[in-house]
Design a protein around this ligand. Structure first.
Ligand SMILES: Nc1ncnc2c1ncn2[C@@H]1O[C@H](COP(=O)(O)OP(=O)(O)OP(=O)(O)O)[C@@H](O)[C@H]1O
Ligand SMILES: [Mg+2]
Length: 363
């Protein structure tokens, strides 16, 4: 027989439960591992004593117990017993006995340090900043002579009365492709100049899906929108570019023989996206756009690298799509998340701040 104790003990999420007096009554193995506290130390102790340096966590569990407030995947930093901190996502709920009487509260602790690792490391940031400047000046230098080459090829085509067309067409189209890449590089390196306004994100998605689906007739594109989604506060051109990159990537992951790309929208309460203590009224509400494909998927060790400029696995890719997209989303105060299983598919979720009722401009 599998007992409840065994189940709790073997969960990969940390479980800490308190009684109505806020003393720890359950602490499973994963909780020990994440926090560094041993169970013998934790059991019977006041939560506020155990997490003396993480008052936000104690506060959350207290609110859950006293007011019934539930937190879902609330992101924060937890102090480790000996040194340093780790990123965690906390989910809380109340515990009732069989008689319906409140007997305590539990906190599920998920170690999210891996998820955010691609953001970590100042060395990496410095390197990126350097690459950015370098790429921008390089792009700039290449653009002018490139346009010279393109123009000369067109002249040549006219002078040779069509004889060299086969070659000049290649020169012109490859020059155009290079030019697009250079523009991407410049976009990436340039500090943002966002012109933000209230935006119907569904309209943006419609135009993107139309564009990509026309180029891939064998694939199925479906949309599932939340009709009550409030407007997003964003730059239309930049966000179009983001979703074009993401939907194109999804389509390219499928291959030519078919497959499915789904675009979904919904509202989420983005508590887990905010700093602890900043869950001001309505501030946690975000629009989520999810782009799912049942394509090749991305290996775990590659997920971090796909945001690196020029990282690509495609013969004709520039490797800038994800880097540019992440940058734009961050400039919008948003967030990007990837779930992928090699061989099964990928889901990319973009979270963007919505226009709060208080900020609405009457038209
Ligand atoms: N939905 C996806 N499914 C599978 N792999 C993906 C997906 N999205 C991105 N990738 C991987 O991430 C890499 C980087 O993507 P990114 O959009 O930055 O560049 P690219 O698509 O290769 O080139 P570009 O977008 O400039 O044409 C891709 O080459 C691919 O390996
Ligand atoms: Mg791409």
């Amino acid at each position: 027989m599998v007992s409840y104790e065994d189940i709790v003990e073997n969960l990969s999420e940390g479980v800490i439960a308190v009684d109505t007096g806020m003393s720890v009554v359950v602490c499973n193995q994963a909780a020990e591992k994440i926090t560094g506290f041993s169970r013998s130390l934790a059991l019977g102790k006041a939560l506020s004593e155990l997490f003396a340096r993480d008052a936000w966590l104690v506060d959350m569990v207290g609110k859950t117990l006293a007011e019934g407030r539930l937190f879902t995947e609330y992101g924060g930093k937890l102090h480790l017993r000996f040194s340093g901190t780790t990123d965690v996502g906390i989910t809380t709920s109340r515990v009732f006995g069989a008689d319906g009487v409140l007997s305590g509260a539990i906190a599920l602790i998920r170690d999210t340090s891996g998820i955010k690792s691609f953001e970590a490391g100042s060395l990496r940031k410095e390197r990126l900043a350097y690459i950015g400047t370098f790429a921008a000046s390089l792009a700039h230098e290449i653009k002018n002579p490139l346009m010279g080459i393109r123009g000369a090829a067109q002249l040549l085509s006219r002078r040779s009365a069509g004889e060299a067309d086969e070659y000049t067409r290649v020169i012109v189209s490859e020059a155009d492709r290079l030019n697009l890449i250079l523009n991407d590089m410049l976009d990436f390196a340039r500090p943002a100049r966002l012109t933000r306004r209230e935006l119907n994100i569904h309209r943006v998605l419609d135009s993107v899906v139309l564009l990509v689906s026309e180029a891939a007739p064998a694939q199925t594109f479906t949309r599932e929108y939340d009709p009550s989604l409030p407007p997003v506060f964003g730059d239309e051109g930049q966000l179009t570019q983001v979703f074009l990159n993401l939907v194109k990537n999804a389509s390219e992951a499928l291959g030519e023989s078919g497959g499915r790309v789904e675009v979904l929208t919904r509202m989420v309460t983005g508590f887990h996206l905010l700093e602890p203590g900043r869950e001001a009224e309505g501030a946690g509400k975000m629009a989520a756009v999810e782009i799912r494909d049942d394509g090749c998927g991305i290996k775990d060790e590659e997920i971090e690298r796909i945001f690196t400029p020029f990282y690509t696995t495609k013969p004709k890719g520039s490797g800038l799509g994800m880097a540019v997209s992440l940058k734009i989303i961050k400039e919008h105060g948003g967030y990007l998340k990837i779930d992928s299983t090699p061989g099964e598919g990928t889901a990319v979720s973009v979270y963007l701040p919505v226009v709060r009722p208080a900020d609405r401009v009457e038209h």
